[in-house]
Write a protein that binds this ligand. Sequence first.
Ligand SMILES: *[C@@H]1O[C@H](CO)[C@@H](O)[C@H](O)[C@H]1NC(C)=O
Ligand SMILES: *[C@@H]1O[C@H](CO)[C@@H](O)[C@H](O)[C@H]1NC(C)=O
Ligand SMILES: *[C@@H]1O[C@H](CO)[C@@H](O)[C@H](O)[C@H]1NC(C)=O
Length: 243
Amino acid sequence: MEYIGATGVPVKFDSVPIEDGIDFHFILSFAIDSDPSGNAQNGKFSPYWADTLTPESVANIKNQHPNVKAMASLSGWSIGNKVLRWYNPQNTQLWISNAFSSLKSLIEEYHLDGIDIDYENFPQRNSSFAYCIGELITLLKNQSVISVATIAPFHTTTVPYIELFDNYGDVIDFVNYQFYTDKVRQPKGYLRAFELRADQFDKDKLLPSYEVNGRGIQADASASNGYYYEKKSQDFLLNSTSV
Ligand SMILES: *[C@@H]1O[C@H](CO)[C@@H](O)[C@H](O)[C@H]1NC(C)=O
Ligand SMILES: *[C@@H]1O[C@H](CO)[C@@H](O)[C@H](O)[C@H]1NC(C)=O
Ligand SMILES: *[C@@H]1O[C@H](CO)[C@@H](O)[C@H](O)[C@H]1NC(C)=O
């Protein structure tokens, strides 16, 4: 899974090396429930990824590589210099309905297959995150708007994501846990972190991930090193499937 389009550089899908024979997901970053100044829109999501990632380019990369799926990631850390956070909508049904319609049209326009949940900041106390997001994914899947849904918890956000996964795990396909935030330095530490997250979520849905320069892999930054880690990871996956 490759996040793409978050940093504003004019990144393109066809620069990224893609091997046949593995499932490859581009995660367009980000669809955000806010206006360009960061004011919440009560569930009405708009696309804020690099404008080089057009609907036509999504259709083209999927035609060239039948193993590619494309998704929209919801929220992310910030817009401009405003930090984004889950806010508890006053009317949860209205939020879910707005999110469903806005995402449905965005997903149809961009030929997307699914959504990734990447809220990164939460209120201190109880929140309606698990309920609203769980119902949203359920509805999008029930109406066949999406075929895949993933969640992207990290070190300090596991609690709301565990609540979401416990209640709506049936409609969540993969847990795109951001292992770089656990800051392990040795293989043994990584193994322990993986075991902990597998226990909190589901070992069969948990994806390994790793750190490049203090972050997860993302296409925007990888262009500068010739997509070294994308190539290595895919080699590794291909080698392991042939064993
Ligand atoms: C938080 O808990 C209080 C008390 O149980 C409840 O009234 C309120 O609706 C909850 N808020 C959310 C957003 O779930
Ligand atoms: C959608 O929900 C309805 C009502 O619960 C159910 O009968 C139907 O099988 C669901 N469809 C899909 C594709 O999940
Ligand atoms: C994959 O297998 C080839 C052939 O055995 C080997 O040369 C290459 O180093 C392997 N790559 C990885 C990432 O394991």
